[in-house]
Design a protein around this ligand. Sequence first.
Ligand SMILES: [Zn+2]
Length: 319
Amino acid sequence: MNAATPLPLTAAPRRWKPAPLITGTAALHVGAAAAMLAQPATWPWATGGVIASHLVLTAAGLWPKSALLGPNWRRLPLTQTSQTLQNSIALTIDDGPDPEVTPRVLDLLDAHGARATFFCIGERAQRHAHIVEQMAARGHAVENHSQRHRHTFSLSAPGALRREIEAGQRTLGEITGTRPLFFRAPAGLRNPFLEPVLCDLGLHLASWTRRGFDTRERDAGKVAQRLLHGLAPRDILLVHDGHAARGAHGEPVLLTVLPALLRAAAQAQLRWVTLREALEESLPQQSHEQHEQHEQHGPHESPPLPAQKAIDAAPFDKI
Ligand SMILES: [Zn+2]
């Protein structure tokens, strides 16, 4: 614990630049209001346009891998100068800590020399603080998955979003002594108010490249197939130590899948990195201007490297 010297809740704030969808929606609202004032008979069209724009915004928030509402880490960054990330992948583990599953996950990761990013739920972290301390002590990254993991998170107003995320920052920062740099929304669902809040708190939104659906899939083979088929450098994988589905014999699915996953990565000579390691590796070699671009557009829109190493002949940049 680091209660004696509380950390500031925020990293350096990021500058918020509204995504084109947001500015377009705002312009449409202004245009609709102007049209109704000038020509009241146009109200059905103006109202219909506004409703349609809200449906588009809602759909973008229901699509976890969408970047329409703002930057979103769907893969590890691609930069012109940093070669180290070309053979790296990231394992992200959500919804813990779990007193039964997480300690065994930590042992498996140790046995394979792998480091992971744990997106922890604040309330669970408070109940099992010693496990979160172990994550940090053993070289893993602990990031923010909200304080309470409410499934109504994406319906929240800006103030409620901020309180929930700040509570997670406070909880996890006090336990590990390190402030989270990434946020993943519960179930990956969000709304247009999230990105300005994350910018203000200096947090990056992270989703994933591929996931195993291991909270409801009881067949470990199918989970492994989803994670491994087409596995490629810079992929971000999502599994769960909390809310883990159980196999036929009651074993948490993740514990069956994880050894196969770690072996496959080793055979493919892929290096496990945490998201914050990838962030650090991608930033120092960038100019200030490139950094600004990175912040505004997200790493997935960086220019491509001339040569890429694909595993299993997967379409490399197909997300
Ligand atoms: Zn979750």
